[in-house]
Design a protein around this ligand. Structure first.
Ligand code: ZN
Length: 92
């Protein structure tokens, strides 16, 4: 689907392409990020850095009048549905 920012106040529209909603059953659009945290190893007593990989969902930013092609499932996101309802976003 193609969405256009039709906000009358000139507000920037932004939303996150939540993995559970947008990637479900389709192509995953998230980036694989790494999160580093300090971790205590109970066996050795050492404190080290533990790297955990996790998915970082993509986000969409639209300035006034801008349009962008987004996955059809984005229409199921509550924030997108609300902005479509308010007229801040329009499917074009
Ligand atoms: Zn994903």
């Amino acid at each position: 689907m193609r969405l256009k920012n039709c906000s009358r106040t000139g507000r920037i529209v932004s939303f996150t392409l939540a993995h559970k909603v947008v990637c479900a059953g389709g192509e995953c659009l998230c980036t694989n990020g790494e999160h580093k945290s300090r971790a205590h190893n109970p066996k050795t007593g050492d404190v080290g850095i533990r790297t955990v990989s996790r998915l970082i969902a993509s986000s969409v930013f639209l300035v006034k009048g801008e349009e962008r092609e987004v996955p059809a499932a984005a229409g199921k996101l509550p924030e997108v549905a609300a902005m479509l309802g308010r007229g801040d976003l329009r499917a074009v």
